[in-house]
Design a protein around this ligand. Structure first.
Ligand code: ASP
Length: 316
């Protein structure tokens, strides 16, 4: 009986596109209190338009035969530049009312990866993560060092105020609560390479240079052409403790689970059981798309070779 009850939400809220696709892209704009009753038609349209715009950018790169790294970076840049999401401009504020951003990217054919944490002036943190992957001997840079590296490779910098929006200032001053609005993207290109990337302002009201799961390879981001690419969003501490993104890949590799089965175990039976909420998106090596979450909603969308553009926000 217990098992049966636990399965109900899983079946009702599953979201997966199982056909075989040579190329595909899936994105998220964070999971959290995305509830239809609290969202005006106008806001819903704004979110949907931005998610569609981001998907279109990535999909057109893949369609023309471009690689999945370009698709993921350019898709995430659209979401970072939008005030709507907790990444780049529009990031949640720290306790000191500043912005500190984390991002990571990983390629599935060679398990190369790049990550940055606590960036304050780099306009597009996902590009800094990519630069760490491609232009340094390291995987993970943080703070001033990461900023200096990004400047050295010529990335655009802006004043920290660029990222701070009126709406986030009001939020932090009103309620010092958590918000999940991280962005992420996974793409499979025509050569069969999967790339996953994630970018965030972290958790609202964070202190002490807190770093979440997003730049932690294996927690918030993971890619392996043998299995899948995953990008996560949610309460980062729990995603680190459950090594969510790698856990899904490992269940597929060592237990022959499907990506969807593995994601459900990770999100519902592990993260969920510990009392945390969030979600994951993924593409497996066959081009199937997965979007699973245990929160009230998750901004999300995908487009595959064989599907229309699909954009969703709420549970249903
Ligand atoms: N996972 C992010 C973090 O903990 C937050 C989010 O997904 O919005 O930093």
């Amino acid at each position: 009986m217990k098992m049966y009850l636990k399965l109900i939400p899983i079946i009702l809220f599953s979201s997966c596109e199982k056909s075989i696709n040579n190329y595909a892209i899936v994105i998220h704009g964070g999971a959290g209190t995305v509830i239809r009753e609290n969202t005006s038609k106008e806001m819903q349209e704004k979110y949907e338009d931005k998610l569609r715009e981001a998907l279109q950018v990535g999909y057109s790169i893949l369609e023309k035969g471009g690689n999945s790294v370009d698709a993921v970076e350019n898709t995430i840049k659209i979401l970072e530049d939008s005030e709507l999401f907790n990444a780049g401009k529009g990031s949640v504020l720290t306790n000191e009312e500043t912005v500190e951003m984390d991002a990571s990217i990983m390629t599935g054919h060679d398990q190369n990866a790049g990550a940055v944490a606590t960036l304050k002036t780099i306009k597009n943190p996902i590009s800094a993560a990519r630069a760490v992957m491609e232009k340094s001997n390291h995987v993970f840079l943080s703070g001033d060092g990461a900023e200096n590296f990004a400047k050295e490779v010529g990335l655009e910098t802006v004043n920290n105020k660029h990222f701070i929006t009126e709406s986030q200032l009001n939020q932090i001053r009103k309620i010092k609560e958590n918000k999940y609005g991280t962005v992420g993207c996974v793409a499979l290109d025509k050569s069969g390479n999967i790339t996953a990337g994630t970018s965030t302002g972290g958790m609202m009201n964070k202190k002490w240079n807190r770093i979440g799961d997003v730049p932690v390879i294996g927690a918030g981001t993971y890619a392996n052409n043998k299995t899948c690419g995953i990008s996560a969003t949610g309460w980062g501490e729990y995603f680190i403790r459950n090594v969510v993104a790698y856990d899904i890949s490992a269940m597929m590799e060592y237990q022959n689970k499907s990506m969807e089965e593995a994601a459900k175990i990770s999100i519902f039976d592990k993260v969920g059981k510990m009392g945390a909420t969030g979600g994951v998106i993924g593409i497996d090596k066959n081009g199937s798309v997965m979007m699973e979450f245990n929160s009230p909603g998750m901004y999300r969308g995908y487009k595959t070779e064989n599907s229309e553009y699909v954009i969703k926000m709420f549970k249903d």
